[in-house]
Design a protein around this ligand. Structure first.
Ligand code: GDP
Ligand code: IMO
Ligand code: MG
Length: 429
């Protein structure tokens, strides 16, 4: 039995999809515990590139059963578009299971996400516009719609009517929008019921039974630590808990069952959307990372903001997730750049912070204190073992280990499945 939690250590897009794809072949289940179709996980298999938004990347692993856990918010239209798109390319999504307790994104959640962002103006979060925040808000306010409600028309109708009673007031009176007809929403959900029914299961029960039989589970978190609604750069965060603890809540797998907490971290840093980002670069190096790293958001097509590795963020992520291992991705992008700056601490108005400042204003004003390491010039995209890496690349990784309070167990040297160096096998830990 192994339960591996894959967690983004920065602001997302670290390469969680690739990590899942590599480990997915070794597990029985790949569970997505949080988020919805705001994610964008890229997997490159045999020259074919797949971009998963709602489904876990594990759907591409031939033997693993992909599961959307109770902590996920599911947009049904996006779900079936993604399944059909994958199947049209020869992938098999028929094993997909969904927790009966997962919440669904209603069309009015997407409307609210967009009008709220517009209303915030300069203070907008830069959300993906997928209705994620409003859906989680309804869950916590106890007016959400769950998967199981779709199979009971009378309950569904009551819930939609009561959710819209308040929302229509807000839409009409505050945002000057048209009221939404509850019948249209009920019909929208019911139109998916037949196709959905065979997929919906008691996920918590099935997963725990599987673990009792010695099977293995990988949990593929969406988003990342710094986007966590509790631990991230609030309010510039998503509305779920993409951290390791959130994976337990979002799947019904207890914390004592977790065998590895694997932090996925880029060899530099990126962020999409608004919010503080101390190591962000506005010079030619920012442009270099953006273009050489191909840093364009999968979900919204926005250019990602780019900066150097931030070990304050890495230490913080190691701490709040209890990382046992790190997977450093995109090391190849740093080849040949001369010197690599690493942020080791922050300066905030003359005061040094070695750890994440608790006060948001301090974090907004933090400027990085860098140390530099020499970069290597050799092409590393074909390296298959740690020893094959140039000495300077090995030194960089060793320094990241020291500064990030965690051992590095995997290194990405290119986007392909095969371009991965394994140092420690998390399945064996
Ligand atoms: P996720 O959201 O964490 O799954 O990450 P994304 O898929 O949004 O972004 C990561 C991008 O980096 C994708 O385009 C991957 O194909 C790519 N990628 C992952 N690992 C590596 C690597 O080691 N080297 C390079 N060059 N690209 C990588
Ligand atoms: P993956 O799983 C990067 C960001 C958005 C915005 C904030 C809130 O691919 O790493 P939301 O729509 O969730 O309410 O937006 O969170 N965001 C992501 N950034 N990668 C993601 O997912 C993200 N999911 C949400 O850009 O700043
Ligand atoms: Mg992504």
């Amino acid at each position: 039995m192994a339960v591996i939690v894959v967690v983004g250590a920065q602001w997302g897009d670290e390469g969680k999809g690739k990590a899942t794809d590599i480990l997915g072949g070794k597990v029985d289940y790949v569970v997505k515990p949080n988020g919805g179709n705001n994610a964008g996980h890229t997997v490159v298999v045999g020259g074919e590139k797949y971009e998963l938004k709602l489904l876990p990347a594990g759907v591409l692993s031939e033997n693993a059963t992909p599961v959307l856990g109770n902590g996920v918010v599911v947009n049904l239209q996006a779900l079936f578009e993604e399944i059909d798109g994958l199947e049209a390319r020869g992938a098999n999504a028929s094993r997909l299971k969904i927790s009966a307790n997962a919440h669904v994104v209603a069309p009015y959640h997407q409307v609210l996400d967009r009008v709220q962002e517009r209303f915030l103006g300069k203070r907008a979060i830069g959300t993906t516009g997928r209705g994620i925040g409003p859906t989680y808000a309804d869950k916590v306010s106890r007016v959400g719609i769950r998967m199981q409600d779709i199979f009971d028309e009378s309950i569904l109708r009551q819930k939609v009517e009561s959710a819209l009673a308040v929302k229509n007031q807000i839409l009409v009176k505050m945002y000057n929008r048209k009221a939404i007809d509850p019948n249209e929403i009920v019909d929208y959900f019911l139109s998916y019921a037949d196709r959905l029914e065979p997929m919906v299961i008691e996920a918590e029960l099935e997963l725990n039974k599987a673990l009792a039989e010695g099977k293995s589970v990988l949990m593929e978190g969406g988003q990342a630590t710094m986007l966590d609604v509790d631990h991230g750069t609030y309010p510039f965060v998503t509305s779920s808990n993409p951290t390791a603890g959130g994976a337990c809540v979002g799947s019904g797998i207890g914390p004592t069952k977790i065998t590895s907490s694997l932090g996925i971290i880029k060899a530099y840093t990126t962020r999409v959307g608004a919010g503080p980002f101390p190591t962000e670069l506005f010079d030619k190096w920012g442009e270099f990372l953006q273009t050489t790293g191909g840093e364009v958001g999968v979900n919204t097509g926005r250019k990602r903001r780019c900066g150097w590795y931030d070990s304050v963020v890495a230490r913080y992520a190691s701490r709040v997730n209890g990382f046992t291992d790190l997977f450093v991705t995109k090391l190849d992008v740093l080849t040949g750049i001369g010197e690599i700056p690493i942020c080791v601490a922050y300066d905030v108005d003359g005061k040094r912070f070695d750890e994440m400042p608790v006060n948001q204003s301090d974090f907004h004003h933090a400027t990085p204190i860098y140390e530099t390491m020499p970069a290597w010039d050799e092409d590393i995209t074909g390296c298959t073992s740690f020893d094959e890496l140039p000495a300077k690349a090995r030194d960089y990784i060793h320094r990241l280990e020291e500064l990030s309070d965690c051992r590095v167990s995997y290194i990405g040297v290119g986007p392909k499945r095969t371009q991965t160096i394994e140092i420690h096998d998390v399945m064996a830990s």
